[in-house]
Design a protein around this ligand. Structure first.
Ligand SMILES: [Zn+2]
Ligand SMILES: [Zn+2]
Length: 158
C-alpha cells in the first residue's frame, strides 16, 4: 500500500486488483434479505466511493446485471475468472458511485460500518452496539453523513 489514504483490494484468484485512492464516502452494513442472499450470510458491507477514485490495477471485472430490492437492478462487477464480486453500482447513484465490497479489501478492518441499514430484516443473532447508527430501512445522507462526505457528494451531483 502506497500510503494511509489508499485502500487496495481484489478478488480471490488475484486476476482483479483495484485501489481506492481515498477513504470512502460512507460505509453501509446492509441487512436486507437481498444482501443476505447475495453474500450467503447475514449482511453486506459496502464502502460507497466515487467511481473515479477506484483505480483498476489489473484485470477487467465483468458486469453482471442482477435484480435488486428497488426493482431497478444493480450491476455487480465480478472477476471473470473466480467470479468474486468486487463492487456494485445501483440504479439510485448510477455509475458515478461504486459500492466496494469491504470484504475484498486487503485490510477490511479499516472500513467498519458507519451505519446499519434495513435492520428490519436483520438476523436476530446479530446484535448491534447501542450507540451504532441504525435504521429500519434507508435514510437521508444529510442526516448521517459527515460534512466532508456531503461536500464530495455535492461535487459528484454537480
Ligand atoms: Zn478472480
Ligand atoms: Zn441490502
Amino acid at each position: 500500500m502506497d500510503d494511509d489514504s489508499c485502500f487496495d483490494g481484489g478478488c480471490t484468484c488475484g486476476a482483479v486488483r483495484y485501489r481506492m485512492t481515498s477513504k470512502p464516502l460512507f460505509v453501509h452494513c446492509c441487512h436486507c434479505r437481498w444482501c443476505q442472499r447475495e453474500t450467503g450470510a447475514s449482511f453486506a458491507l459496502n464502502a460507497m466511493i466515487e467511481a473515479d477514485r477506484v483505480l483498476l490495477l489489473s484485470g477487467e471485472p465483468e458486469v453482471v446485471n442482477t435484480p435488486s430490492n428497488s426493482g431497478k437492478g444493480q450491476k455487480i462487477s465480478r472477476c471473470p475468472r473466480c467470479r468474486i464480486a468486487v463492487w456494485s453500482n445501483y440504479a439510485g447513484a448510477g455509475d458515478a458511485v461504486r459500492f466496494v465490497r469491504v470484504g475484498t479489501l486487503d485490510d477490511p478492518d479499516r472500513c467498519p460500518p458507519d451505519i446499519h441499514i434495513f435492520t428490519a430484516s436483520k438476523q436476530p443473532w446479530v446484535v448491534l452496539p447501542p450507540s451504532m447508527p441504525a435504521v429500519d430501512e434507508y435514510y437521508k445522507a444529510t442526516e448521517h453523513w459527515p460534512a466532508d462526505s456531503l461536500a464530495r457528494r455535492r461535487a459528484l451531483l454537480g
